[in-house]
Design a binder for this molecule. Sequence first.
Ligand code: 5GP
Length: 188
Amino acid sequence: MVSHGKMVVISGPSGAGKSTVCRRILEDAKVQFSVSATTRAIRPGEIDGCDYHFLDKQTFRAKVAAGEFIEYASVHGNMYGTLRAPVQTALSAGRHVLLEIDVQGALQIKDQEIAGLYIFIAPPSFEELRRRLVGRGTEAPEVVERRLKKAEDEYRERVKYDAVVVNDKLEDCVAEVRALIGLEEGGV
Ligand code: 5GP
């Protein structure tokens, strides 16, 4: 058991592979995923309350008004937000909490001077990022262009993070993030 939970905020451009990295970090029982709230539609295979709390716009707005979010932002046309209560509960129980959120949200938390570890997952290069986004084949060309533009904007903000980890080789990237959090080598 860890004595003090750490809030770990991970951001990075779409296609940098941050979800895969986060999944690997979450294999460690000492780390808990912060389930965000969102107004976007649920995707096949996702579970409400597990991947996200899927809310309608009105409910999301009510939670904003009630101050229930540490941060919230509009991402790709939908609202996303981190609920304060579960994060606080996990931290006070001594667990690390992992927030996989976009740059706007991460910087909102940082501006509130909330103690945390801010990690930016970067793609090896923008050519590689384009290749990954096109390779997914799930997005229309104009969506890929929009995401690349957003990725470039986000990339400029990396200097505000505690660490920038380049996701060139997944295993190296995971090991580096684990070390930053202070998780012991090789363990899960
Ligand atoms: P997706 O809809 O593909 O799961 O996520 C889209 C984007 O929203 C990702 O960049 C993800 O990091 C970001 N995101 C997910 N949850 C939150 C949140 O609670 N707050 C903010 N600001 N961004 C989030």
